[in-house]
Design a protein around this ligand. Structure first.
Ligand code: AGP
Length: 625
């Protein structure tokens, strides 16, 4: 959460920083600010709210400075007011700092600095940093900004990424990474730092991700990397495979809508990457090609999956697939709970962390905890960690030895859509691979599933085409509704949860997802004519049950909206409104049934005039606990 960006070079920094911050606004948008060094002074401009407020404030006062730092904030300590906005400065206004993360010992540091005469104007944890750096520059042996920052970070506890400039060191920008992401960009005579690559990809594709405990010194002449002990490190940038147009709306009103429409392409890319192209026979080798080492699978007795939010929903679908196809007992945990209350240790256990960003603090911490508690145990208890992420270069990517890269491309909308579908595809491939290797399903069954999966992109396109006007029409009717219930069972229960989450997070309408059979145990008391019920009913194992549960809701006057295959006559009679999907096998249906729910949430939020891509209080990358 929070986005930071920095620039040093030969161009005017302000516009580069602002356009970088635009690409990072998904990380938080409670306030924004930039600081530049010009004519021996730090010029710092900050504004509450979104970036356009900062832009208007800057227009009359922007300088041609060629060095600067910028920040877009997701408030942790202190309200989203201007005095809490970054950059923060020392009392003499010579040092400016932007931070992403949390300084856990900031209260102690603040007290110590107060005793030395420092006065603070914000409620943030960050403000101690420029004061500390200024103090070190004044009193200690630090003879350079780099050295003062190095000494300062050794006093800080927590997870943070920083960028620092000073009026007294106009040719130096210091960037620090400690458990919060930070990349350095290498241009021609100009250098960048940013929380994420989209902020710099229009300037350079040569990037270096800092590791934890590293400090970068950027000058117009180049970049030097050090560790926190002050030793110089030798590192080379790599070339990014990210096209700047991927981070544009391309004619869509919102990124979320564009990303929903990109889903058939995501499924195609996943099929191409995960499955062998010759599908005429599934004889050895496995029809699935995930490139995972056999030791990850050998003697597997248990799987634990840790994730948050939408990734947790994808993991629930994964559990269903792995248990039903490969017969391996699988548990799905909220990472934020699991890290403090893990299951008893079991042998031969695969731990999967699912996170599209690869930066979710709770998911990373749960994986670290699992690794640490297993490291001194017998071989069968050793951690086998697998990551599923859309950002292989992320912290997760660097932490786990094995990964399934999801192939959604960059996702900008805060509400996850195409990355969810990409995660589902990763789980289909994993479950099929395990089933094949463990011979838990007949070859013909696996062959049919794989062939049917290859029909999904086209079915998704048909579903998308038929849904646009239907969901828009329903959005018109439900724009002022206060509560929604989403029902599903079996493999579509997680889709009910996901439909409710999408609606909550972008439309601010209260919504709950339930397993349809649970309604009668309490939640049915919520129902009346004002509470619409969206039920996912796909012919298969639990179809008749879902239809009966839907009838129970209808009998309580709820308006019933059915997400169900086109041809089903019985469903058409029960539901007041239909959101039909293409005909599909129940096992593969989540990839299709989620689409109308995403569109419904999108159109309701758009109809309510809300900021679909940047809903209030949220951030795309949740890097704090
Ligand atoms: C999804 O729409 C949400 N914005 C959120 O629940 C998200 O899925 C969650 O924060 C986990 O993110 P991750 O996949 O990057 O770990």
């Amino acid at each position: 959460m929070c986005g930071i960006v920095g620039y040093i070079g030969t161009q005017a920094a302000t516009e580069i920083l602002l356009s970088g911050l635009e690409k990072l606004e998904y990380r938080g948008y409670d306030s924004a600010g930039i600081a530049t060094v010009w004519e021996g002074e730090v010029n710092c401009v900050r504004a509450k709210g979104k970036l356009h407020n900062l832009r208007s404030k800057l227009e009359p006062v922007a300088t041609p400075a060629q060095i600067g730092i910028g920040h877009t904030r997701w408030a942790t300590h202190g309200k989203p007011e201007e005095h809490n906005a970054h950059p923060h400065m020392d009392m003499a206004m010579r040092v400016a700092v932007v931070q992403n993360g949390i300084i856990e010992n900031y209260r102690d540091l603040r007290e110590e600095l107060k005793q030395k005469g420092h006065q603070f104007i914000s409620e943030t944890d960050t403000e101690v940093i420029p004061h500390l750096i200024a103090e070190l520059l004044k009193t200690s042996s630090s003879s350079s900004l780099l050295e003062a920052v190095r000494q300062a970070v050794n006093h800080l506890e927590g997870a943070f990424a920083l960028a620092v400039i000073s009026a007294d060191y106009p040719d130096e920008l210091i960037a620090v990474r400690q458990q919060a992401p930070l990349v350095i960009g290498f241009g021609q005579g100009e250098f960048f730092c940013a929380s994420d690559t989209p902020a710099i990809v229009s300037h350079t594709r040569a990037v270096l991700s800092l590791e934890n405990g590293e400090i970068a010194r950027l000058t117009p002449l180049g970049v030097e990397i050090y560790n926190f002990a002050g030793d110089r490190l030798r590192k080379q940038p790599r070339m990014l495979n990210l096209n700047p147009t991927m981070v544009e709306k391309q004619g869509f009103k919102h990124f979320m809508l564009k990303e929903i429409y990109e889903q058939p392409g995501v499924v195609r890319a996943s099929l191409e990457a995960y499955f062998n192209s010759d599908r005429s026979s599934i004889d050895t080798p496995s029809p699935v090609n995930l490139g995972l080492p056999p030791k990850l699978y050998s003697d597997l007795e248990q799987i634990h999956i840790v994730a948050c939010g939408t990734s947790w929903h994808a993991a629930l679908v994964g559990k269903y697939l792995i248990e039903q196809l490969a017969g391996i007992s699988t548990q799905v945990h909220y990472a934020s709970e699991y890290r403090y209350a893990p299951s008893p240790l079991t042998p031969n256990t695969l731990i999967i962390g699912v996170t599209q960003s690869g930066e979710t603090a709770d998911t990373l911490a749960a994986l670290v905890m699992e690794k640490e508690r297993r490291q001194d145990k017998e071989p069968q208890y050793q951690a086998r960690l697998l990551g599923i992420t859309n950002r292989p270069e992320s912290s997760l990517g660097r932490m786990v030895p094995d990964m399934i890269n999801t192939l959604a491309g960059i996702e900008i909308g805060v509400a996850a859509t195409k990355t969810f579908v990409a995660q589902l595809m990763a789980f289909y491939a994993l479950a099929l691979d395990l089933a094949y290797l463990r011979q838990t399903a007949a070859k013909e069954t696996l062959e049919k599933i794989i062939n049917d999966l290859h029909q999904i992109p086209q079915k998704m396109e048909t579903t998308l085409a038929s849904q646009e006007s239907l969901t828009e029409h329903l959005a018109h009717e439900f724009a002022d509704t206060q509560d929604f219930i989403f029902l599903g069972r079996g493999i579509n229960y997680p889709i009910a949860l996901e439909g409710a989450l999408k609606l909550k997070e972008i439309s601010y309408i209260h919504a709950e997802g339930y397993p349809a059979g649970e309604m009668k145990h309490g939640p049915i008391a919520l129902l009346d004519a004002k509470v619409p019920v969206v039920a996912i009913a796909v012919p298969g194992n639990v179809y008749e049950k879902v239809l009966s549960n839907s009838q129970e809701a209808k009998a309580r006057d709820s308006r019933l909206i059915g997400v169900t295959p086109v041809k089903d006559g019985e469903a058409a009679e029960i539901f007041n409104d239909l959101l039909p999907v293409s005909d599909v096998d129940e096992l593969l249906s989540p990839i299709l049934t989620v689409v109308p729910l995403q569109l419904l949430a999108y159109h309701i939020a758009a109809r309510r005039g809300l900021d679909v891509d940047q809903p209030r209080n949220l951030a795309k990358s949740v890097t704090v606990e």
